[in-house]
Design a protein around this ligand. Structure first.
Ligand SMILES: C[S@@+](CC[C@H](N)C(=O)[O-])C[C@H]1O[C@@H](n2cnc3c(N)ncnc32)[C@H](O)[C@@H]1O
Length: 357
């Protein structure tokens, strides 16, 4: 059976391999856009003018995972909206806004850990709601969301394009597990799927957001002219597929199983991303910038991060026990031949703010 399309939440729980203990890379980019987001909300958010009687302000994090990054991102938005509301109503003493935050992710996300680890109610300035469901479709009522955010999510496609499993197709991806841009037809198939998914994502958000509502997105893409196999995430995913082949030699899995495993992940080119966003005429692009990670990467760090991100989908396809063996092999390989980050081509982290017209 090819890779299932519905089984890829981050590693739940709170052990050493969990997403909550291995997501500081994503957090560093979230921190990096904090000030820009705050400034934008203070200067430009006009929902409060459009709805002077607004009492409940709704924020949604699409693809929130099990925490804790979502709590930081959401709190930053609340702080800015509160300040904006306070400044606007200094003289006329209007009642403070109440906030509700909808945490969206796939139904098999570890929502228990998310809600167990959220700030205690005495410190939390919002009411929390869990919204299970794919963001490639509506998950909330029309005109009900004031600010939507999403970080490190839309590289996850709704499914793997089928041709990449077909040995007779020019888009057969052999034993590679990702779209590394080495086979042109594979790249084309992934690009088509990404474009379709982005269209659906934005159409759904356009229906959910109120006029004047904001959609803030942080994510990854590749500069035009750069290939995935030249970037460190691409190199690491190719090393993971090499290591799967290594462990297949000792009988832990089979080459046939590896051929049926592809990640529903695509880092678009910058121009593809912009094209997909510009297609949706319901939004205006208010800001589009590159963001950065203020952190020093090491081979151990990225291996642990990828383990937290990929172990569910790997276990689901290859069965119990493979994840430990596979990542031991990845660590061994990298200790002999580490990725040299200086020599890799840079992928890009983008920060985009869209406004619902
Ligand atoms: C790398 S995590 C990012 C989590 C968090 N936003 C952060 O920045 O740390 C990607 C998240 O997107 C979720 N996701 C992927 N596809 C999704 C979909 N179709 N609908 C909802 N969530 C999805 C995954 O389950 C996962 O929790």
């Amino acid at each position: 059976m090819p890779t299932s399309s519905q089984s890829y939440p981050m590693n739940g729980g709170d052990d050493q391999h969990s997403y909550i203990h291995n997501s500081s890379y994503q957090k560093s980019a979230i921190d990096g856009i904090e000030e820009k987001t705050r400034q934008y909300i203070l200067k430009k958010l006009d929902i409060l003018n459009l709805n002077p009687d607004l009492k409940t302000f709704t924020i949604v994090d699409f693809g929130c995972s099990s925490g804790p990054n979502t709590f930081h991102a959401v709190q930053n938005i609340i702080d800015a909206v509160k300040l904006k509301h306070l400044n606007k109503n200094k003289e006329n003493g209007v009642l403070p806004l109440e906030f509700q935050v909808c945490f969206n992710d796939l139904p098999n996300n570890d929502f228990n850990t998310l809600f167990k680890t959220q700030p205690p109610s005495s410190e939390r300035e919002y009411f929390s709601l869990g919204v299970p469901g794919s963001f490639y479709g509506r998950v909330l009522p029309r005109n009900s969301v004031h600010i939507g955010l999403t970080s490190y999510t839309t590289q996850w496609l709704s499914k793997v394009p089928e041709q990449v499993y077909d040995k007779k197709s020019p888009a057969w991806n052999k034993t590679y597990i990702q779209c590394n841009n080495l086979i042109e037809e594979v790249t084309k198939a992934y690009k088509v799927q990404f474009t379709k998914d982005m269209k659906i994502f934005l159409e759904a958000r356009a229906q959910e957001l109120v006029p004047g509502g904001l959609m803030i997105a942080l994510g990854q893409c590749v500069p035009d002219g750069v290939y995935m196999y030249e970037t460190w995430p691409g190199i690491l995913m190719d090393i993971i597929s090499d290591c799967l082949l290594d462990i297949a030699k000792s009988g832990v899995t089979t080459v046939e199983k590896i051929e049926l495993f592809n990640l529903p992940v695509y880092f678009p080119l910058y121009s593809e991303l912009m094209g997909a966003i510009e297609q949706n005429k319901k939004f205006t692009i208010e800001m589009m910038e590159t963001a950065s990670h203020a952190m020093q990467l090491t081979n151990d760090f990225i291996t642990s991060m990828f383990r937290a991100v990929l172990s569910t989908i790997i276990e689901n396809h290859f069965g119990d026990g493979v994840v430990d063996e596979l990542f031991d092999q990845v660590s061994k390989k990298l200790s002999k031949q580490p990725i040299d980050f200086e020599k890799c081509k840079e992928h890009m982290v983008y920060h985009v703010v869209l406004k619902r017209q």
